[in-house]
Structures are given as C-alpha cells and as structure tokens.
Design a protein around this ligand. Structure first.
Ligand code: NAD
Length: 429
C-alpha cells in the first residue's frame, strides 16, 4: 500500500490498473479532451482542491493505544459544499479517497444537486473492533477534520463499513465542538437524530430507477429478468430486495467477502440477508450452490450489480461478462480497459456516479430537511428521487446517443461541463 507521503506526488502510484485515482483521472482526461477544456481547467479539475491526513490515537479495550490514519479529501466545491462518505477499511489509501472524492463531484453534478465532491477514509478493520472502540475512532476522526467540515463547507455520510450509528456519534462530536445543533453537518443519520426517511435504501432504489429506464429503452421485461449481485451490504442487499419488491426480478446469485452463492430457481433476498446477519456471510445459505465472488460476475444473467469495491470488471474478465445491463452500484467497479470491451459487446453499463447517485441525492434531501427543520414522508422522498434519477439517466443517454459514446463517457461529458461552467462563472479560471 502506498504511504500518504509517497502518494502526495501528483501522479498516482503503483500499477495503474489497480489504482482508482489513476482510473478517475484517465476517465476525466477523456472527457476533458472531448469537451476541449482549457489547460488550466484540466489541471484544476483532475486533482483535489484540498486534502488532509490525520493521526487518530484510540484507547483500545485491552488498555493499549492504537494510532489510526485517516484522510479527508475535498475535490471540488465549485457547485456547493463538498459531499461524500467516510469509509472505514483496512486497505484504504489516500489515492482511493481522492478517486472517490472526484467521483462525488461528478455524481452531484450529473444529478444536478447544488453540492460538490469530497470523501473521507480511515485505515482500520471495523470488523475486529468493539462498538466502544468504533465510537472513540469516529469521534476522534471528526475532532481532527472538523475545521474542514460544516453544513456550508463539507458534509460527510456513511460509506463502506460505516453506519448510521457512527454518523450519529460524529454529528454529536461536531455539535459539541461548535456548541450548535448543526445536525446537517453529516447525513445518513438515524431518523431519531435528523435522518431522512428513505436514506437506508436510497442508493439501490435510485439505481433501480435508472435500471427501469434502461429496461424500457431496451425492451427488457424486468418481471422475468434474472440478476446477480456482487457485495451483499447496504447497496447490494437492497438491490436484491427492491428488485423483488418493485419489479419481481429474480436474484440468482450474490456474494460477499466470504464468497458467492447461486440458486437457479432464485434466492429469497430477505432470507439471505437474515443468514448473513446471523452467520456473518451469505456463504452456506441453505439450498444454494457455492461460487467464487468472481464467478458471480460472469453468470448469464440479465442484470449484473457490482456492489462491493473497485476494479472488479477489468480487461482480464470483460469478455466473460454475460449480463445485458451492468448497474454499477459500487464506485469504480469497471476499469478503463473493460469499458470499450463491454461497449463493443453491446452491454449497457449504467456508470457508477450516475447509477449510485440515489444515496447522495437523499443525503441532500436530508440536508434540506435539517436546514428547514422539516420532515418528509418516505413517499415524498422516493417521488423526488425518482424524478432526479430519471432525468439524469435520460440526460446521459441522450448525450451518449448524440456523441456515439458509452454511457460512462456521456455521464462525464454532462457532469464535467456543469462543474467547469461553475468554475468559470465564479471567475476561478
Ligand atoms: P457495505 O459495507 O454495506 O457492503 C459492502 C459489501 O461488499 C459487504 O457485503 C462485503 O462483504 C462485500 N465485499 C467486499 N469485498 C468483496 C469482494 N471482493 N467480493 C464480494 N463482496 C465483497 O458497503 P455499501 O455501502 O453497500 O457500499 C458498496 C459499494 O457501493 C461501495 O463501492 C460504495 O462506495 C458504493 N456506494 C454506496 C452507497 C451507500 O449509500 N451505501 C452510495 C453510493 C455508492
């Protein structure tokens, strides 16, 4: 893993294909070229505006002190306060956080909400930590990055291995520091402390609205469609649950870090979730065959949902992907080598920062409710979310058809143009 000191160099470190920051920059460069952006704009937007590394000493339950490293990266606040989740992950790197911050900028722009892009991360293994240790770490992280945060500056949210409870601790710590009830400093909170209805399943629900539109365009009947899901966490499990509930879609395979499971007749998504909650993994679900997480990606299904981590569909396996639609619930699951292969093979990829923008959109609704001391119903949240996602999907599809480019490139063209316009209007470049 690259250290922070090494990777403060402008160019990403390590093998390019394994570095999400390199992927994010390469994707941006292609859009910048097509938009004929001026050189200063390219230099400005292809790297973060601001970033900080923090050291976080935590008193562990066994009496020792462990010093964790964390990051907060603010890629762009040209269109509004930064927005982006906080990951707790053992393999977290600053380059991953940079890439994710960049993707947040494009994500908020593509769904046209008045926010920028940021991301945070802490290198830790939450699965091996107690609730008390996680609370101490969550509070320590917020204390260290608080001066960069605020409802008008930068607003974090949950991401991989962080939870609504952790958001509540972080919000509480921030409020203690400022002496104000700034609930809107963080989103993804539990309902009882300023959370929003509909935030829990927003990422998957928003993704489903884009899949519904894609299915209409391609004449796919979702009620007889099959799907496979890699990653059975928040995004992946809700993708399976909502697929069944909203469209009658059949999930035949899912995976998590432990491996994959397959059942041709279809899995019961709620029962698989209970099994994972009870045993820690989807593996061993009664009546299902064992598969590897990689095999789950390559099944002959209508819909494939990468909903785990980056770089899982690559130049190596893109030829073997058999799905008709790839709904990228995860951030960065497809490498730049894989994109043209999928496009030439006629596979419709709904790119990450469009597909999974439902989470940040409902986070934005949470901020709006916090600001105005209001509470919306789940129906109201979902109705607004549907409108945003449907509009964004068609803006990207139209661009893709007009320029004869894949959906990812089209999403970049829409998003980068909006951000560049804000930068110019503010007189920065
Ligand atoms: P999560 O922690 O709830 O779940 C992640 C899941 O992925 C877990 O089930 C884990 O076991 C599984 N996983 C990890 N490595 C795996 C592997 N190699 N093979 C198979 N499964 C693996 O996280 P989440 O919030 O669901 O996030 C998943 C992805 O969705 C991430 O890329 C995240 O950035 C993206 N995302 C999440 C949200 C959100 O609101 N939760 C919003 C936008 C994007």
């Amino acid at each position: 893993m690259a250290t922070y000191e090494e990777s403060t160099l402008r160019e990403p470190l390590g093998p390019r294909e394994a570095n999400p920051y390199a992927t994010a920059q390469e994707q941006f460069d292609r859009a910048a070229e097509m938009l004929d952006l001026e050189p200063a704009m390219r230099e400005f937007l292809r790297q973060p505006q601001r970033e900080v590394r923090v050291m976080l000493p935590v008193h562990m339950d066994n009496g020792s002190v462990t010093v964790f490293s964390g990051f907060r990266v603010q890629h762009s606040d040209a269109r509004g306060p930064g927005k982006g989740g906080i990951r707790f992950h053992p393999q977290e790197t600053v380059d991953t956080v940079r890439a994710l911050a960049m993707w947040m900028t494009w994500k908020t722009a593509v769904v046209d909400i008045p926010l920028g892009g940021s991301k945070g991360g802490v290198i830790c293994n939450p699965k091996a930590m107690s609730q008390r240790e996680l609370e101490s770490l969550s509070r320590a992280y917020i204390r260290e990055v608080a001066r960069l945060l605020g409802p008008d500056q930068d607003v974090p949210a949950p991401d991989v291995y962080t939870t609504p409870q952790m958001m509540a601790w972080m919000m509480d710590e921030y409020c203690k520091l400022t002496g104000r009830l700034d609930f809107g400093v963080i989103t993804g909170k539990p309902l009882a402390v300023g959370g929003s209805q509909g935030r829990g399943d927003a990422t998957a629900r928003g993704a489903w609205y884009t899949v519904r539109e894609a299915a209409r365009e391609w004449g796919m009947d979702l009620s007889s469609a099959t799907m496979a899901v890699q990653g059975y966490g928040n995004a992946g499990s809700y993708a399976a649950l909502l697929g069944q509930e909203l469209f009658g879609c059949k999930t035949v395979a899912v995976s998590d870090t432990g491996g994959g499971i397959y059942c041709e007749k279809g899995l019961d998504p709620a029962a698989v979730l209970r099994h994972k909650q009870e045993t820690g993994s989807v593996v061993g679900f009664p009546g299902a065959e064992a598969l590897t997480s990689q095999e789950v990606l390559e099944l002959p299904v209508d819909l494939l949902w990468p909903a785990a981590l980056e770089n899982v569909i690559t130049g190596e396996n893109a030829e073997r992907i058999q799905a008709k639609i790839v709904a990228e619930a995860a951030n960065g699951p497809t490498s730049p080598e894989a994109d043209p292969v999928l496009y030439e093979r006629g596979i419709h990829v709904i790119p990450d920062f469009l597909c999974n923008a439902g989470g940040v959109t409902v986070s934005y609704y949470e901020m709006v409710q916090n600001y105005s001391r209001d509470q919306w119903t789940a129906n109201e949240v979902n109705r607004r979310l549907d409108g945003k996602m449907t509009e964004a999907y068609h803006a990207v599809l139209d661009r893709s058809r007009a320029h004869d480019v894949d959906m990812r490139c089209a999403a970049y063209l829409v998003a980068v143009e909006r951000v560049a316009t804000a930068v110019r209007l503010r007189g920065w470049i």
